[in-house]
Design a protein around this ligand. Structure first.
Ligand SMILES: [Zn+2]
Length: 391
């Protein structure tokens, strides 16, 4: 037998890992849709083996292989087709510009996607909004129409901070990094003695644990951040958090911080609470997977999943053969239509196509949209059963 080295926490370095949840054969890139079923079926798959650090409460996938992740054009992660998300993003942009007096200033966003937030910042009066994102190389975006908005289609490097910069935003990036400490140290070094505030946003692992929302567990996410772990990351790397709060129905965790002296051994007192929640999650998640498999095995009619995002695709793959009636994903995003989800190889259709499909059960992958979806289907004369799969 091969001896296994003790696992080292990527945040605090402690060797106090405890396994909490495992998914095998999950798509390496959940949001990458495929042109045909054969390609979708053979899409790269990997293992998620979540570990909890009992010291700092950071949770990470110890089976993650960074070389397998390539964020190339075609990576589709935009949420902003929902009115609710648009409202959240608009309020965030206006709030950041007001709190940090960014009108007439220069803002950088690391991992900007198609530049939706950059455009919102420009609307709120920033002088220049520059984003970095390798998935935008050679891709055009409607959000770069203003000449104050620019997207650089490359991975961010800290030497790109060698320019006027009055704030740094980084949303939904940290959870993809196998060495988040390195990025923060790098940014901190590049900021130097400038008073540059930073805003980071990640999925809220605290919410995921409490809601037992194991469908938020995807290969693309190496790290699962709760407020205590996020606070420790920032304090250890030389930032003073001004606020750590949740938003978007508690599903996002948002930190605003300013440069300060590093507290290299900082552990947050809230870590014990997260460790307890993670242990409860471990027990409940296994039971929940079995409950869904039984329910879908017993469902005779057609089943669709509303939302061809990470959650829905992870759920479908975890159900596998236990869900014979599962026949499509429904999504508002027309860029996803007629494309095929990885692993399960099911098509993504437009809501209008449900009239002819007449599903018996519509699984809603995000409870936030439940009312919007039910109202839309009722208006179309459809009366299926609904269930939320978010946990
Ligand atoms: Zn740790």
């Amino acid at each position: 037998m091969r001896a296994t080295a003790p696992l080292c926490c990527p945040l605090c370095g402690a060797q106090k890992a405890q396994a909490i949840f495992r998914l095998d054969q999950v798509p390496v890139i959940c949001n990458q849709l495929w042109p045909d079923p054969a390609a979708a079926r053979t899409a790269p798959a990997g293992t998620v083996d979540l570990q909890l650090c009992r010291d700092c409460s950071f949770i990470w996938n110890s089976a993650f292989e960074p070389d397998r992740m390539v964020y190339a054009p075609g990576y589709e992660n935009a949420l902003h087709f929902s009115p609710r998300f648009q409202a959240f993003a608009a309020e965030l942009a206006a709030g950041l510009v007001a709190r940090y007096r960014l009108a007439g200033k220069h803002v950088i966003e690391i991992g900007c996607g198609d530049g939706h937030m950059l455009d919102l910042l420009a609307q709120n009066g920033v002088a220049s909004a520059t984003g970095f994102d390798p998935s935008m190389a050679g891709v055009t975006s409607p959000f770069t129409a203003r000449d104050t908005v620019e997207i650089v289609g490359e991975y961010f490097r800290s030497d790109q901070l060698d320019r006027p910069c009055d704030a740094i935003l980084c949303r939904h990036v940290l959870e993809h990094l196998d060495d988040p400490v390195a990025l923060l140290r790098d940014i901190r070094r590049a900021i130097g003695d400038r008073e540059v505030p930073v805003y980071f946003e990640v999925p809220n692992a605290g919410w995921m644990l409490e809601a037992v929302s194991m469908w938020d567990v995807i290969y693309e996410h190496v790290g699962y951040w709760s407020a205590p772990a996020l606070t420790a990351l920032f304090r250890r790397t030389g930032f003073e958090p001004l606020s750590v709060r949740t938003g978007y129905g508690a599903q996002f965790l948002m930190i605003e911080a300013v440069p300060a002296a590093p507290q290299e051994d900082y552990l947050d007192p809230g870590a014990a609470r997260i460790c307890a929640a993670a242990q409860a999650f471990a027990e409940a998640a296994g039971a929940e997977v079995q409950r869904w498999r039984r329910r879908l095995r017993d469902c005779r009619g057609k089943v669709v999943i509303w939302g061809a995002g990470s959650k829905g695709i992870t759920f479908a793959n975890a159900m596998g053969e236990a869900a014979p009636g599962l026949c499509a994903f429904v999504d508002l995003n027309s860029r996803k239509h007629q494309r095929i989800a990885p692993g399960v190889a099911l098509p993504v259709i437009a809501p209008e196509q449900l009239a002819s499909l007449r599903p018996e059960l519509v699984l809603i992958s995000n409870a936030l949209y439940e009312e919007e979806i039910i109202a839309q289907l009722r208006a179309a004369g459809l009366h299926p059963d609904f269930a939320v799969i978010a946990g």
